[in-house]
Design a protein around this ligand. Structure first.
Ligand code: TYD
Ligand code: MG
Length: 424
């Protein structure tokens, strides 16, 4: 029956919808008739995943997990599958054999897990198994390996990916089964294959991190069922991914007391306050054009801040190489880090260390002014929680702030004043 389908005019038929076309007819409803109940969600044991999904897995949702090869997408999804105890989860892999997946599962640990593993790339065969098993959650690793019999082009091609995703979406919506799709992204950062994939799915999560570091970030890029500013943090261990519930602790590395060029910024990623360490190095350029290089921070922003320090602070970076790193392999683009970046640069420039119990939160303007940033209370609270004794902020931010507890809040309107206080 299926063989016939491929090139004939019957190719228009829908592999999933075929058999279900008559049972699921949409009817128009008056607004009063539509149930406005909150989305039904499955809470997983993974708090970070629940968070980025907006509070758990929404029934019938199609979620795309993108990331570079080797970052840990398969591990993340297999862990989700293995953690399901009384829910049958179908994990379909078109990339690895059942044996390979078992080895990985052994590494992670899978006591009384009820998930089933299928190594398959044919979409029709996958649906045959799905009908047999009626899984509560389906995971596809990866969308680029799937082959729909209705399309002749190779797996991973635009039309294959679009067709397979379309079929899986119809399945998800009609049966209210959540489906996770893993998709590789290219070095340039786009999901290999069509951009259209991102438009089709309900939620796009991106798994990222520096492959040489153990920390991983799961970021919400698109979410029809929640905020797009959520963030989950994991650490890749020998036994799988560990949820990191207190990220600040790991992002402030080995606090070396007497090291110049290090400053701690109080940032907000997603909805979470994070304290992160910025490291900078300023050294005279021996030959040619001085270098400016950053890891995890916008290079243009660094250049802007250097110009401000030069013009408003009289520092001479012109003949210096300048390097700036965000510790932990994170990428942060928040202007609230400006003040910490400037502090790190000035500390490196003068070779004067900053005390390790001082944090910073402020945006820096072109006039060298320190601007207030949003949610200053959460930043201060996080710094205080982690034992910081002082936090430098904008003078405009401290109005109305109750000086709470142990941390001293220091407000300044100009960089110059802040650094006179800091470096004497
Ligand atoms: P993987 O999930 O295969 O990445 P992706 O599916 O995104 O391509 O994981 C890749 C890396 O993670 C691999 O280099 C091995 C490492 N890893 C660990 O460090 N610990 C573990 O427990 C597992 C399962 C993998
Ligand atoms: Mg993989």
């Amino acid at each position: 029956m299926e063989e016939k389908i491929s090139k004939s005019s019957a190719a228009k038929e829908k592999a999933w919808s075929d058999s279900n076309a008559l049972t699921n007819v949409n009817r128009p409803l008056k607004l009063d008739e539509i149930e406005a109940s909150a989305q039904k969600r499955i809470k997983t044991g993974d708090q970070e995943l629940n968070r980025v999904l907006g509070g758990g897995i929404v029934m019938g949702s199609l979620v795309l997990i993108g990331g570079e090869p080797g970052i840990g997408k398969s591990t993340l999804m297999l862990q989700l599958a293995l953690s399901a105890k009384n829910t049958n989860v179908l994990y379909v892999s078109g990339e690895e054999s059942q044996q390979q997946i078992k080895m990985r599962a052994d590494r992670i640990g899978h006591e009384d897990s009820s998930c089933v593993i299928l190594a398959e790339t044919s979409l029709n065969q996958i649906f045959v198994q799905i009908k047999e098993l009626s899984p509560k959650i389906v995971i596809i690793d990866s969308i680029q390996t799937l082959q729909s019999a209705k399309i002749e082009s190779a797996p991973g091609s635009v039309s294959q990916v679009r067709e397979s995703t379309g079929e899986l979406m119809r399945f998800a919506k009609e049966t209210q089964t959540p489906v996770f799709l893993i998709g590789h992204i290219t070095k340039e950062g786009s999901i290999a294959g069509p951009k259209v994939l991102e438009h089709m799915v309900d939620t796009v999560l991106q798994f990222e991190g520096d492959r040489h570091m153990s920390y991983r970030i799961l970021r919400t890029i698109k979410n029809r069922f929640g905020s797009t500013s959520e963030l989950g943090i994991y650490e890749m261990l020998g036994t799988g991914l560990r949820q990191v519930s207190n990220p600040s602790e790991i992002l402030i590395s080995q606090k070396a007391d007497d090291l110049s060029g290090v400053a701690i910024g109080a940032t907000i990623e997603g909805n979470r306050p994070l304290l992160i360490e910025l490291q900078s190095l300023v050294s005279s350029a021996t030959y040619g054009t001085p270098q400016r290089s950053t890891t995890g921070f916008d290079l243009k922003r660094l250049n802007m801040l250097l110009a401000v320090l030069e013009k408003r602070g009289g520092l001479r970076f012109g003949s210096q190489d300048v390097f700036l790193n965000v510790a932990g392999g994170l990428r942060i683009d928040e202007p609230a880090l400006d003040l910490a970046v400037c502090a790190a640069l000035v500390s490196a420039y003068h070779d004067i260390p900053i005390k390790d119990d001082v944090a910073f939160a402020g945006e820096v303007g072109l006039g060298g002014e320190i601007r207030a940033v949003n949610r200053i209370e959460s930043r201060i609270a996080e710094a205080e929680k982690l034992g910081f004794k002082e936090i430098y902020v904008s003078k405009h931010a401290i109005k109305g702030l109750s000086s709470s507890g142990d941390i001293r809040i220091k407000g300044f309107s100009k960089l110059k004043e802040a650094f006179e206080e800091l470096f004497g």
